[in-house]
Design a protein around this ligand. Structure first.
Ligand code: FUB
Ligand code: ZN
Length: 623
């Protein structure tokens, strides 16, 4: 039951093939099925979603309303008097929390929560300036200073407000916030653009948000504005304005070269992720092959040289971002939670574009490891920084002065159903394994899909299809790259189905009640890093299926620092009592090595018990 494989493999470039067509035709290979249309019933995810609603949302609301001045800033801005408290981009946390509340409403109506959203939205609307501008920091500290400093996050906040507005409109059909977002977008376009001023937003986000606004309004001007903003980068326009802080070089802001020439991730990790999402979103409608080629180069550079085994990125706290290729320190890894969520968002877009499972693999890795570690199992504490090793002094916190990560988790978790299914004209794509039900349209006909699985603890998946009349279509199942052995049966009969681009395709005339069973073999794997990663030379990590494991001192109190894996280590699995893990089903791994037993738990579950040391990469005993 033991395999050793090399984690950071050199992957060849794959250029996207976007066929031509109208300028705004969507070029994606697959359209994701919205989480709002996916009902999750899953041993792993259902407890998380319940805890999100019952614990995480109230924690975020309390922080925003009572523990910090975030809502008060909007009230003061509406009155035009009073102080601004906190950081100049704190508005974004309120918008991100609202987005999470809107997603929660899409899953399950809740009049009380909806009333809270309406209350906040009234405050946002009241704080909007007559010309459409909305930012409590500048309203309260001097509107004459607005749009002068690329790093002051005005468009970043605008982008998060727009995402929240689109989410809430979809959840309730109410337009009030959407109209606020439209007025703000129109304001920005009256100041900046081909006929106006140059501008490079110091923190990306507005680009992907403008594409969302385009999608919901069908107003192409927003898509064009997103494209224009992307094209502003790399021409020295970042210094435009009167009061620019240029403490950081252009690479920090992804402003060193035009976006089509990018081939290396640089600078701030979260900014990079949002930029790449925006590039993918614009390219999805314009078919811009230079943008997609740049994204392809960037992906190779991120994944094969700068990504941790947890799917996290950003090695350094200095720039909250990228250092050198293959420099992947464990103890000082930054791996901001938002950057892991960004990896999910970006790889999800790449997957839609290409239908290539390699993006699904990274999406899954970042989701189950880097992103999930960002929240405690109880749902009430958050990690901002996610190192792969700890001396015992790194712990989740109830909130942060800079609270981008808690609010990120708040909006990300309820939308996890987004990543499960996709469709193309005649194919259902199953991208993630999660117990769930949905109804999709294939060849214009409704197909009901039911998925049952105990993933990620087991590789068994059963899909049952329902339809009124038999239908010729394909079911495509992603076979994760970690899985070297799988079987597929259709109605109990084994089928030979090779993996192409990370998926097995099952073409068939499907009938009501047809069943597909997939068994992904999920042995414990020992992983070695690329030898260029100096930090991990002579070490191994333990992974099973999509889950990366770690050692915690609480389970391994004796001689933690001297624990070693051996070449002949034997691994066994042990199901943990979920009552002791706040209702979460968990699997630990016991490694018997050199006469000792090492107990591994999933990396995402660390720091939920007694404080202590932790590590993901374990030294291998020297011969
Ligand atoms: O600047 C806004 C957010 O705060 C960034 O995305 C995070 O890295 C943190 O700096
Ligand atoms: Zn963050």
């Amino acid at each position: 039951m033991r395999k050793v494989h090399l984690f950071l493999l050199g992957l060849s470039l794959t250029l996207f093939s976007c066929s031509g067509g109208q300028e705004t035709q969507n070029m994606k290979m697959m359209t994701p099925v919205s989480f709002a249309d996916v009902t999750i019933d899953d041993a792993f995810w259902t407890p998380r979603l319940l805890i999100h609603k019952d614990v995480t949302l109230p924690v975020c609301i309390d922080q925003i309303e009572n523990q910090t001045g975030r809502i008060r800033n909007f009230e003061n801005a509406a009155k035009g008097e009073g102080e601004h408290s906190g950081i100049y981009f704190d508005d974004s946390d309120v918008y991100k929390a609202l987005e999470g509340m809107a997603y929660s409403l899409q899953i399950e109506p809740d009049p009380e929560l909806e009333a809270k959203c309406d209350e906040w939205i009234d405050k946002f609307a009241a704080a909007q300036q007559p010309d459409g501008y909305l930012n409590t920091f500048f309203t309260l500290t001097g509107l004459e200073n607005r749009w002068d400093n690329m790093d002051k996050h005005e468009m970043y906040c605008a982008g998060h407000m727009t995402e929240a507005a689109v989410a809430y409109y979809k959840a309730t059909g109410k337009r009030k916030l959407l109209d606020v977002a439209i007025r703000f977008a129109d304001h920005m376009m009256s100041v900046f653009g081909p006929e106006g001023r140059h501008w490079v937003p110091g923190h990306e986000e507005i680009e992907l948000a403008m594409v969302k606004l385009y999608e919901v309004t069908s107003e192409k001007k927003y898509l064009d504005f997103a494209g224009w903003l992307l094209d502003q980068r790399g021409h020295g326009y970042g210094t435009y304005g009167k009061k620019i802080d240029r403490d950081w070089p252009e690479v920090y802001y992804q402003d060193e070269v035009p976006v089509r020439e990018l081939s290396r991730i640089t600078g701030h990790a979260v900014r990079s992720m949002y930029l790449y999402c925006g590039m993918a979103d614009v390219a999805a409608y314009t078919g811009d092959k230079e943008l997609t080629a740049a994204l392809d180069r960037l992906w190779d550079h991120v994944v094969n040289r700068n990504m941790y085994i947890t799917g996290g990125i950003g090695q350094s706290s200095h720039n909250e971002g990228i250092t050198e290729d293959y420099d992947l320190p464990n103890l000082t890894a930054y791996c901001e939670t938002c950057a892991s969520v960004g990896m999910v968002l970006w790889n999800w877009r790449m997957l839609q574009f290409t239908g290539d499972g390699k993006y699904g693999d990274v999406m899954e890795r970042s989701l189950y490891n880097g992103a999930l570690a960002g929240i405690s199992l109880k749902g009430d504490r958050f990690f901002y920084v996610n190192p792969l090793e700890s001396e015992g002094n790194h712990h989740r916190q109830a909130w942060y002065g800079c609270a981008c990560c808690p609010s990120q988790i708040c909006r990300f978790l309820p939308s996890v159903g987004n990543y499960v299914y996709g469709t193309s004209e005649d194919a259902l794509w199953v991208n993630l394994y999660m117990g769930s039900e949905t109804t999709v349209k294939l060849r214009g006909k409704d197909v009901r899909v039911k998925q049952e699985t105990t993933y990620p603890w087991d590789g068994y998946v059963k899909m049952t299809l329902g339809m009124d009349k038999p239908l010729k279509a394909e079911v495509r199942l992603r076979i994760p790259a970690w899985c070297k052995d799988y079987t597929v049966t259709v109605n109990g009969e084994a089928v030979t189905a090779p993996v192409r681009n990370g998926y097995v395709a099952l073409p068939k005339k499907w009938a009501d009640g047809d069943q597909v069973e997939l068994v992904l073999s999920m042995p414990v794997e020992e992983v070695t890093a690329d030898p260029r990663v100096k930090e991990d030379v002579g070490k191994r990590a333990v992974q099973r299926g999509p889950i990366v494991y770690c050692l915690e001192e609480v389970d391994n109190p004796e001689g933690f620092d001297s624990l070693r894996l051996t070449e002949d280590a034997q691994f066994g699995l042990n199901e943990l009592n979920k009552r002791q893990w706040w209702g979460h089903p968990l699997m630990e791994i016991k490694a018997h090595a050199g006469g000792k037993t090492l107990t591994f738990i999933p990396y995402f579950a660390w720091d939920n018990r007694e404080a202590g040391k932790m590590k993901v990469w374990i030294p291998l005993e020297e011969k």
